[in-house]
Write a protein that binds this ligand. Structure first.
Ligand SMILES: Nc1nc2c(ncn2[C@@H]2O[C@H](COP(=O)(O)OP(=O)(O)OP(=O)(O)O)[C@@H](O)[C@H]2O)c(=O)[nH]1
Ligand SMILES: [Mg+2]
Length: 463
């Protein structure tokens, strides 16, 4: 107990002297979180040796001395699989790291020299950087706290578009066999819930992102637990509220309502209370190019999902989040990942497209005075930029290898600078080929603008 207290006090003092920072990385499934954190750790470990970090001021000025991994503070959280990710990238042929599930963490200790007037170097300082990777899907659950079961159920059914209805057909058939007042046994409930969860998984497979409840997609250690076995109830609404509330505890309605409350209290809230509330800085990664590639319906859905996700960073005084948890993130980055999938002349468009995709949330953040900046980057660059000459004109192209190791030389197309108008999808398709990582040379991973993101996220702590 006393040791824990001393530990906490030390943590507090370090933070006061700007020596500790918790930086969280999130994004929807496959957005590039593992690649980003792996590269971030790799770049910092190679700072001052062979990492290219010119846009990170302390590195450019030769003041960043290096980084070491130290044991993480929260022993109950999975370790971020840095070694495993590096092993995949260094295998032959190189491979992308495995998908990850849930939250993980890694602690780095950075040593740097402080700066004094007239460019003189000062004393050495240490920054303890806690890096946290967690699924963006978990943030999609925040709005669920504003509902009770009945209103949540109505909202979910209303939000189900045509394509989602199709995935949900088996679930609907199963649930419609029961009335809200029926007593339904555990096994039957589990079976209906599995139909519901599977409709969400199918929707995600098909490229949809705006899906709730988030843990149904990424259950982690809650797999099979009754708290993940609820679903909306078709055929009832606000008008039935009085009647429904008088139903016995054993009824289908009351059972689902109870599980829903449990999910709010024991799954959604603890994440915000135990983790989110303690983050100092946050980067949200978005696979904009992947969504462009998947067509208009998925692109629109990504936009919806992102505006829900970004609500977790809206600290307006009256926001739900502020009332419940008083979070303290004081700086935010949003980044379009995998920028090495398009030629460098398109990178500017990628940023403006991301900004228009997030226009509303960015406005809210600015209003709430949370500094936010948009980037396009490649955590682990998998292509080389080349130029070819066609009909007497120079044309930038990308060279790399496909996932089956086949050599590729392509021009992937133009990125629109704003949200694509309907005509765009007919006029111009996108085909972004997947590249395998470049063959590893010794040393730092190749990247695009990781240093710019680092400068924004931690640069001020390395002065
Ligand atoms: N070309 C290129 N591809 C990338 C880059 N970053 C990620 N990718 C691709 O995107 C895939 C997903 O990246 P991850 O880093 O595993 O994404 P994630 O968000 O951790 O995914 P989950 O753990 O499944 O949620 C990778 O397997 C790569 O194919 C990048 O910088 N360049
Ligand atoms: Mg991952």
């Amino acid at each position: 107990m006393r040791r824990q207290l001393t530990h906490d006090i030390h943590n507090l003092i370090d933070r006061g002297r700007d020596r500790q920072l918790r930086l969280a990385v999130t994004g929807l499934s496959r957005a590039g979180k593992t690649a980003f954190l792996t590269s971030l750790v790799n770049q910092l470990r190679h700072a001052g040796i062979d990492a290219r970090l010119d846009l990170l001021k302390s590195a450019r000025e030769g003041r960043l001395l290096g980084a070491q991994r130290v044991s993480q503070p929260d022993l109950g959280i999975a370790r971020f699989p840095y070694d495993e990710a590096m092993a995949s990238l260094q295998s032959s042929p190189p491979q992308w790291p495995e998908p990850t599930r849930g939250i993980s963490e890694l602690r780095l200790q950075l040593r740097h020299r402080t700066r004094r007037a007239h460019g003189l170097l000062g004393s050495t300082g240490t920054l303890t950087l806690d890096l946290i990777d967690y699924p963006g899907e978990w943030l999609l659950d925040l709005p669920l706290l504003e509902h009770d079961f009945l209103s949540w159920s109505e909202s979910q059914l209303a939000a189900m578009g045509e394509a989602r209805q199709q995935f949900a057909a088996p679930w609907r058939q199963a649930v419609q066999a029961h009335a809200p007042e029926d007593a339904v046994d555990e096994a039957r409930l589990a079976a209906i819930a599995e139909h519901y969860a599977s409709s969400l998984r199918d929707a995600r497979e098909a490229g949809f992102s705006h899906l709730q409840p988030g843990r149904f997609l990424l259950p982690g250690d809650l797999q099979g637990a009754p708290v993940l076995q609820f679903f909306p109830l078709p055929g009832v609404g606000e008008a039935d509220r009085q009647r429904l509330e008088t139903l016995p505890d054993t009824s289908l309605y009351q059972t689902l309502a109870k599980r829903f409350r449990y999910y709010q209290q024991h799954v959604v809230k603890p994440f915000y209370r135990d983790h989110f509330r303690r983050f100092d800085r946050q980067i949200v990664l978005v696979d904009v190019l992947g969504a462009l590639n998947a067509g208009p319906e998925r692109f629109e859905d990504l936009s919806l999902a992102l505006s829900t996700l970004m609500k977790s960073f809206d600290y307006g005084k009256r926001s739900l989040l502020n009332r419940l948890f008083a979070p303290r993130i004081d700086r935010l980055a949003i980044a379009a990942t995998k920028a090495d999938h398009v030629t460098a002349d398109q990178h500017g468009h990628l940023v403006t497209l991301l900004e228009s995709l997030l226009a509303e949330p960015i406005k809210d953040l600015r209003y709430a005075d949370v500094p936010v900046r948009a980037f396009s980057l490649a955590s682990i660059r998998a292509t080389d930029a080349r130029e070819i000459e066609e009909n007497g004109k120079r044309q930038p192209v990308l060279r790399g290898h496909g996932l089956k190791d086949e050599p590729l030389l392509i021009y992937p197309g133009d990125v629109p600078s704003r949200l694509p108008a309907p005509g765009f999808w007919e006029r111009q398709g996108f085909s972004f080929t997947a590249f395998r990582p470049l063959a590893p040379a010794d040393g730092a991973l190749p990247h695009i603008r990781m240093d710019a993101a680092l400068e924004w996220l931690i640069g001020d702590k390395l002065r």
